[in-house]
Ligand binder design. Structure first.
Ligand SMILES: Cc1cc2nc3c(=O)[nH]c(=O)nc-3n(C[C@H](O)[C@H](O)[C@H](O)COP(=O)(O)OP(=O)(O)OC[C@H]3O[C@@H](n4cnc5c(N)ncnc54)[C@H](O)[C@@H]3O)c2cc1C
Length: 409
């Protein structure tokens, strides 16, 4: 792989991490990142909870479990080496009743199987020692769970790529990839619509291309000869910032026990690396893949999910949970109430809306959400088809996995 020309499509944290890994492993190679926005990490990588997940929930043996554990170590090391803020504030996952206690026990068993460091179960009194204002019948405590700014990490990786001689080309949307005679051509949109990349610094043909296109990953992959499914169905997550005066009521991260019928973690208290305390995110279908204000809509994105049979199957199976989430979308009071179940003294706290995040969640045609990371190689093109949370925690490990395992086959 020495001296080869690589293109990475997407300048989010995963694309940047892959470019960095290539330059680390093959310093003589020529590495180019194509990003459609005017800056790196403008989408999921800067619109998330900022949690360095310790690996509690993931199916032992799966890619998420493995890459999250390795990724969490690498993120910590990267932050320490590069003077990026890293706060090991800890996390409790709190059960409110016996039904949730049983689910919590199975998460605990997974955490043990995943070798998450220092996890333990807490009873009601012990919860107070960690989070004095939190109530619950039992909790799973993960003291090593941390918070960071993935946007800051991504920007640092971008600097490193440029220092190592890699190229980051901003404002260039890749419309598709074609492969011929062992070379992959990158076709860009723009004045010469669909014309191959003709940037003077770079050949338009690459030896290997890796697509890390997040919310657009299914379109780019399918347009480049990969399978039509799974498709990305965008679920937004709203956050609110709680009144500054009350932020010390929560010390770290307080999460509910996730609903096994709805594959998101549930509204939680998240301490931010900038010191703010937020609640969120909920999870509801987004009227645009990149619609952060929640006021606009994107007709093509809506058409795509409305005409996907998987979406209708998912909706019919998840109606009760979707209704619960819809109530948090329609009513700020209801949103705060969901979180205040864990910290009742915050039931009347005033909140201000913060940014939304939109999840690039892959969905199969049968309506099931793809749980594990999906990364696959076809010819000389490797596609990330599913990298939802803990995708940012795992990014540096995903990069190692792609460069050292997937691309070598
Ligand atoms: C609400 C929410 C909360 C989350 N919380 C956490 C958390 O606490 N911890 C955690 O580990 N993970 C979390 N995640 C998941 C994490 O944010 C993602 O897994 C991660 O950011 C994915 O990075 P990425 O680089 O794959 O995608 P992105 O950051 O979305 O980047 C994809 C990039 O590709 C570019 N692109 C797309 N199409 C093209 C094209 N055709 N041509 C050129 N460029 C293109 C986009 O502009 C974008 O910059 C959360 C996600 C959300 C939405």
């Amino acid at each position: 792989m020495i001296n080869k020309h690589y293109a990475i499509i997407g300048g989010g944290i995963n694309g940047l991490a892959v470019a960095r890994q290539l330059l680390l492993d093959f310093p003589e190679s020529n590495v180019t990142v194509f990003e459609k926005e005017d800056g790196v990490a403008q989408h999921q990588s800067s619109h998330n909870s900022g949690v360095v997940h310790a690996g509690l929930y993931y199916e032992p043996g799966g890619l998420k479990a493995r890459l999250c554990r390795r990724g969490a170590e690498l993120v910590k090391q990267y932050c320490l080496e590069n003077n990026i803020a890293y706060d090991e504030c800890g996390k409790v996952v709190v059960a409110l009743n016996v039904v949730e206690e049983a689910r919590l026990e199975s998460i605990y068993q997974k955490a043990i199987a995943n070798q998450v460091p220092d996890v333990r179960m807490l009873n009601a009194e012990e919860i107070k020692e960690v989070e004095p204002n939190c109530i619950g019948t039992k909790a799973l405590y993960s003291p090593r769970t941390a918070i960071v700014s993935y946007g800051d990490i991504a920007k640092k990786i971008a600097e490193e790529i440029q220092q190592k001689g890699g190229h980051i080309i901003l404002g260039k949307k890749v419309v598709r990839l074609t492969e011929k005679n062992n070379k992959v051509t990158v076709h860009l949109s723009g004045s010469h619509s669909d014309s191959p990349s003709n940037n003077e610094q770079h050949d338009n043909a690459f030896d290997q291309v890796i697509t890390c296109a997040g919310l657009q990953s299914d379109r780019l992959a399918a347009g480049s000869g990969d399978t039509e499914t799974p498709r990305i169905v965008p679920f937004f997550g709203q956050y609110y910032v709680i009144d500054e005066t009350y932020k010390a009521y929560v010390k770290g991260l307080i999460y509910p026990v996730p609903d096994p019928n709805y594959p998101f973690l549930g509204v939680h208290f998240t301490k931010r690396i900038d010191g703010q305390m937020t609640i969120g995110p909920n999870a509801f279908i987004s009227l645009g893949r990149e619609n952060y204000s929640g006021k606009d809509y994107n007709a093509a994105d809506i058409y795509d999910f409305l005409t996907y049979k998987g979406f209708w199957k998912f909706s019919s199976k998840n109606m009760p949970a979707a209704m619960r989430e819809l109530r948090t979308v329609l009513s700020q009071t209801n949103f705060v109430e969901q979180a205040a179940k864990y910290v009742p003294s915050l039931a009347k706290v005033s909140v201000t809306p913060a940014t939304r995040g939109i999840r690039a969640q892959a969905m199969e045609a049968d309506g099931s959400l793809v749980d594990d990371f999906v990364i696959r190689k076809q010819g000389n093109i490797t596609h990330i088809r599913n990298a939802p949370s803990p995708g940012a925690t795992s990014s540096l490990a995903i990069a190692e996995y792609i460069v050292r395992e997937v691309m070598t086959h």
